[in-house]
Design a protein around this ligand. Structure first.
Ligand SMILES: Nc1ncnc2c1ncn2[C@@H]1O[C@H](COP(=O)(O)OP(=O)(O)OP(=O)(O)O)[C@@H](O)[C@H]1O
Ligand SMILES: [Mg+2]
Length: 497
């Protein structure tokens, strides 16, 4: 059992706070090693140090027995360590083959040669990706395959995956797991970061758990179960089991706040019709690509409804057609995005400034006089109630961990006091403790009489939260269930067939 990578006494300070503190970590040749921990525990920071993205403040890193000092990700890749981020680093306007051989001019001059070489290489990894396609045309899973192929081509001996499965469909996930097995067969060591504990248990050989920047435990996966992991992550037993109990009481429908009639959007939403009522959580379940996100983005004005595309969106009895989100916000709609990186927030602004922007877009410019003090107080209230973990309130959102960024996105929308709140995959990338907090918020909003929509690909989540369940398939709502008699099988069947 020789270590390919060894970190000793590694610390990473940001200002006076330690994101990683005195951590020892070793990665064995050919193992799959899961790194788990709450949002902000330091998982990304630890692995970014291996990949040359950030530099340790102190401590040493050995690779293949020699001490290394990586200054850039390119340097890490040249040494044999690659990191596959959620947001890929591929060039979207180039083809798969060009991306693979980027920087390798020998191939790059001859298009045909590149394509053939790429084809052969992809085949040797059993990756089904057409090398002549533009990267921008690929789905998340295929993009990831290209990234991995590139890492393999450069003979990476360590590959870090930071939350690789969060945006994948079940089918793509299966593919990803096969891929990890292939990497292992090739003798590559894999680090797998995820909030999906079952997945970590399924694919890893060993598990390391971080808490508050420190390593709590490392051990063989066979010695762990879900409870032990959670216990180590949060340092206590979680009082309630997240998805343990079946929903027994459903809230009655209040006033109809939204009705969508025969909505059509491009080729993704086809004659979609349904209603949403106050005082309830309406769960929307469907596979990625079933038009759920597009439907609600049109409702909220996040995407424009083309005049060629028909249908009606009726909000509180009045037909509306928003082309930008601002009037939707004024009309009382909040759409809380699944894609926080792209549309959720202003990443170089502070937490409180982001929350404040949320307020402004509701109130309009008339409220610009809101004083710094008020802004501080507002920010603080929300940071406390959502338990956003940050070193200071002046920290920029980009400096927060992924899950904490998600909480800021939620705070920014809720500050607008909306009547209809649409959560699109609200707990993606969020740790178990924070999921419970977000679920509490969702329930509280419905109890207060708000209309809440929860779009989720995670069945236990929609079943646990919803008072009624809408299933979408191929561009429209095809069936409605009561959570009292729905089962995971019935919902899945409706979503797929
Ligand atoms: N560039 C930065 N500047 C300041 N603080 C930072 C920076 N990057 C990370 N941090 C802080 O370091 C801590 C660890 O963050 P990290 O991103 O490693 O957490 P994580 O375990 O990956 O969490 P998540 O599950 O939410 O992705 C957090 O408190 C975060 O706010
Ligand atoms: Mg992270």
């Amino acid at each position: 059992m020789t270590a390919i990578l060894e970190m000793r006494g590694v610390t990473k300070m940001y200002g006076r706070a330690a994101a990683i503190e005195d951590v020892n970590f070793s990665l064995i040749k050919g193992e799959v090693h899961a790194i788990l921990g709450e949002n902000g525990a330091g998982k990304s920071t630890l692995t970014k140090m291996m990949a040359g993205v950030v530099q340790p403040t102190s401590g040493t890193i050995q690779f293949d027995g020699k001490e290394i000092h990586l200054r850039t990700p390119a340097e890490a890749v040249r040494s044999g360590i690659a990191m596959v981020f959620q947001e890929t680093s591929l060039v979207p306007s180039m083809t798969v083959a060009q991306n693979l051989f980027l920087g390798n001019e020998k191939f790059f001059n001859r298009i045909r040669g590149v394509n053939i070489a790429a084809q052969q290489f992809m085949q040797s990894l059993s990756f089904d990706v057409d090398p002549t396609l533009q990267v921008s045309a690929l789905g998340a899973a295929k993009k990831q395959m290209v990234e991995i192929a590139r890492a393999m081509l450069l003979e990476a001996r360590v590959i870090v995956f930071d939350e690789p499965t969060a945006t994948l469909t079940p089918e793509e996930k299966r593919h990803f797991f096969e891929l990890v097995a292939t990497l292992k067969d090739h003798g590559v060591s894999v680090i797998f970061i995820s909030h999906a504990l079952e997945e970590a248990l399924q694919i890893s050989d060993r598990i390391t758990i971080l808490r508050d920047g420190r390593r709590v435990v490392t051990g063989d996966t066979k010695d762990f179960d879900r409870d032990r992991i959670i216990q180590a992550m949060v340092g206590r037993e979680l009082s309630q089991e997240l998805y343990g109990t079946r929903k027994r009481h459903i809230r009655p429908a209040g006033e109809r706040i939204l009705s969508v009639e025969n909505l059509r959007v491009g080729s993704v939403v086809k004659n979609n019709s349904f209603s949403v009522f106050k005082g309830q959580v309406t769960g929307v379940f469907g596979l990625v690509g079933s038009g759920r996100t597009e439907t609600f983005k049109v409702v909220a004005g996040v995407i424009k409804r083309n005049y060629r595309n028909g249908g009606l969106v009726v909000l509180k009895g009045t037909p509306v057609r928003y082309r930008v989100p601002a009037p939707g916000v004024k009309g009382g709609i909040a759409y809380i995005t699944e894609d926080r990186k792209v549309e959720g927030f202003f990443e170089t602004m502070s937490i409180k400034a982001n929350i404040f922007v949320g307020l402004l877009s509701k109130a309009g410019a008339g409220r610009f006089w809101l004083k710094t003090k008020e802004m501080d107080k507002l920010g603080e209230t929300w940071v406390n109630s959502l338990q956003v973990k940050a070193v200071t309130m002046t920290a920029k959102v980009i400096e927060l961990s992924g899950g904490n960024q998600q909480k800021v996105v939620i705070a920014k929308s809720l500050v607008q006091d909306p009547e209809l709140i649409i959560f699109d995959e609200p707990t993606r990338g969020v740790d178990v403790g924070a999921i419970a907090e977000i679920h509490d918020i969702i329930n509280r909003l419905a109890d207060e009489g708000k209309a809440v929509v929860v779009i989720s690909s995670y069945l236990p989540e929609v079943m646990q939260l919803s008072d009624r369940l809408l299933v979408t398939r191929q561009g429209k709502v095809v069936e409605e269930f009561s959570p009292l008699d729905a089962t995971e099988e019935k919902l899945m069947y409706a979503a797929v067939h």
